[in-house]
Design a protein. Sequence first.
Length: 271
Amino acid sequence: MPQFAANLSLMYTELPFLDRFAAAAEDGFTAVEYLFPYAWDARTLRARLQAHGLQQVLFNAPPAGLGRAAMAAAWDQGERGTAALPGRQAEFRAGVLQALEDAEVLDCPRIHVLSGIVPPGVERESLKGLCVENLQWAAEQAGRAGRTLLIEPINLRDMPRYFLNRQDHAHELLDAVDSPHLKVQMDLYHCQIVEGDVATKLRRYLPTGRVAHIQVASVPERQEPDRGELHYSYLFELIDQLGWQGWIGCEYRPAAGTRAGLGWRAPWLPG
Ligand SMILES: O=C(O)C(=O)[C@@H](O)CO
Ligand SMILES: [Mg+2]
């Protein structure tokens, strides 16, 4: 049976961030993910998780910045990671170390590392070596800390010039980095927009054990997975048949209220 985690950055936005934990638990979620913890003291977030019987299953390393305040502000300033960006290695390393520290407090096993926006005039291919070198260093740190780092192919309509867009490119990076501590975050919304053939890709990649997290949303609106051009009930059954034991993050923007839109989950609730 697929297990769903609420994404508190996109869901429950009717509520202030810290109140979203309680709302997700009231709706029967036992796990959450969200973009970033850096605007908060991680102990405040841990207290919310514990108070509501939730586990944190994923968050992102900082998109850029040196120091917690700069890391917390970087996303709104347009930063989308530094793993593949020349001249940003100090920020990349500081970000990974900060994320690992927060993961310890939050008892979170997975951290998504963003690779960055390809600078104007630069060829994507030319950044691969640097990205591999950075990810090798980061995977080693993650391994020591008992965490798994993830990379996620993201579509270019939502994130123009983002470095990593295709599933095969993510798996090529895994080949090159060659670490058990680096895996793929397979977001089916992005996968459908960039390359399609989603069921075939699930059949190809889930059995490899190299996918450590799945995310879902309708395409193209990025809303509940009961609408749009992807037939999610088929995909959820397939994911189940493929023996997936991991989490599926609900990374969607509810069409008309989070709770009102949760009907799609009914066939997948335990008991
Ligand atoms: O945008 C997505 O999809 C994500 O999973 C984020 O963590 C990164 O933008
Ligand atoms: Mg995603």
